[in-house]
Design a protein. Structure first.
Length: 412
């Protein structure tokens, strides 16, 4: 019942008791009137005295991972309401595994709490909230509704697929990674022993093997290099399919590819960084103006602790209609050391981007490319990367990540 129904009931009961001369009816009408007046005074706008707070167990979650949400309601008035209903709004893309709301019956406590679980199946940046609260007295004479506008956000990170160890080009001699370049021989890596040849230096002679065989023997050293991998994720919208469904699919595949490569390289103790020209969904959610937006950049580091930061950034990424790939590559060029290795992950490469890549390679950068998805854009990107003689791989779907291998086009 609401207040108008109670008023109608009291007036009707008073008329009936007056016409019939019943003292019992008059007493009931007076009691009901007193109840309505008391409720109206004691519980005037009770929902305004309710405060809601929310806490997520984590703000980053893998696809399919359950995240516990704690929702609390605090009563700030003198008299507690008879009942309280609190319910969180859950945006599409998140699945509530438990009811995100509950009916509370008044008790002596001023703090009410509930917990429920959320699950995200696909990569994205999702809002949790606001909270709708309503309350009233036991008799239904008073009912008040309000919204608490606080919104929290949950980032669902990309999936991480198992990838084989990939060998990236590098201009940095002597390191932790085996190199195909014989000029980068590492004195600390002994690959074997061979007979002494004219021109071998004294430091190359393996004296123990020479003493054992009775003739001079030389050490065979394994070449090695050090890699600082800067993953360049191109999310310029014009380089992807125009229809929304294909666009979302290829962008998700690109983010999954980058996440898998970063996890694999960090597992091999390689320094890995990430730069992308995508749009951060947090900018729009928090109302950050363009002048205050920082570049989407994570500096190279071999510490595995930075993998969660990369996954969170990838989870928030969306296609960007601005900042085309050639301009982005020019900006990247200005703050990277000449010996850095660039791993470009993209769906398309236009002619201007091919010229920018050629210039980067001419100035000393080692570059490899991974072409994402299917369609004409990917085919043209693959041919342009081959023309530049870049180490290259094609990822048409997530299954290709399990057999990912960079192949260098043959020189003509």
């Amino acid at each position: 019942m609401n207040r108008s129904v109670w008023v109608t009931f009291v007036v009707g009961l008073a008329l009936i008791s007056g016409l019939s001369g019943s003292w019992t009816g008059a007493w009931l009408a007076l009691s009901a009137a007193a109840l309505v007046i008391y409720s109206a005074i004691a519980f005037r706008k009770p929902a305004q005295l309710l405060s809601a707070y929310r806490r997520l167990a984590t703000t980053n979650a893998a696809p399919g991972e359950a995240v516990i949400v704690h929702l609390g309601i605090a009563w700030q008035g003198l008299r507690a309401p008879g009942w309280v209903v609190a319910r969180d709004e859950v945006c599409p893309g998140l699945k509530a595994m438990d009811p995100p709301g509950r009916l509370f019956v008044a008790s002596g406590s001023r703090q009410l709490a509930l917990s429920y679980r959320l699950q995200g199946e696909s990569r994205g940046y999702y809002a949790v909230g606001p909270t709708a609260v309503s309350c009233g007295d036991f008799f239904g004479a008073v009912r008040s509704v309000a919204r608490r506008e606080r919104i929290d956000y949950l980032t669902v990170t990309p999936r991480i697929a198992q990838t084989p160890r990939i060998r990236l080009p590098s201009n940095r001699p002597i390191g932790d990674v085996r190199s195909p370049n014989r000029a980068f021989e590492d004195p600390s890596r002994l690959a074997g022993v061979r007979d002494f040849q004219p021109g071998d230096g004294m430091r190359r002679i393996h004296w123990r093997a020479s003493a054992r065989t009775g003739r001079l023997a030389s050490r065979v050293l394994e070449p090695s290099c050090s890699t600082e991998v800067n993953i360049i994720l191109n999310l310029h919208q014009a380089d992807y399919p125009p229809d929304a469904e294909s666009l979302a699919r290829e962008v998700d595949l690109a983010c999954t590819t980058v996440a898998s490569l970063a996890a694999s390289l960090l597992g091999d103790k390689q320094a890995v960084g990430l730069q992308t020209n995508g749009l951060d969904a947090r900018w729009a959610a928090e109302g950050i103006p363009p002048a205050r937006r920082r570049p989407n950049r994570i500096r190279p580091d071999r510490n595995p602790a930075q993998l969660p930061d990369m996954l969170a950034l990838l989870g928030r990424m969306a296609p960007n209609p601005a900042d085309p790939l050639p301009d982005f590559l020019t900006a990247v060029h200005s703050h990277l050391p000449w010996s850095a290795t660039l791993l470009l992950v993209t769906h398309g490469i236009d002619e201007r981007a091919a010229l920018a890549l050629r210039e980067l390679r001419r100035t000393g950068f080692s570059i490899a490319a991974i072409i994402i998805g299917t369609g004409d854009e990917a085919v043209h990107a693959e041919s342009r990367a081959a023309a530049l003689r870049l180490p290259m791989a094609r990822v048409k779907d997530e299954d290709d990540l399990e057999t990912l291998e960079l192949s260098s086009p043959r020189r003509r």
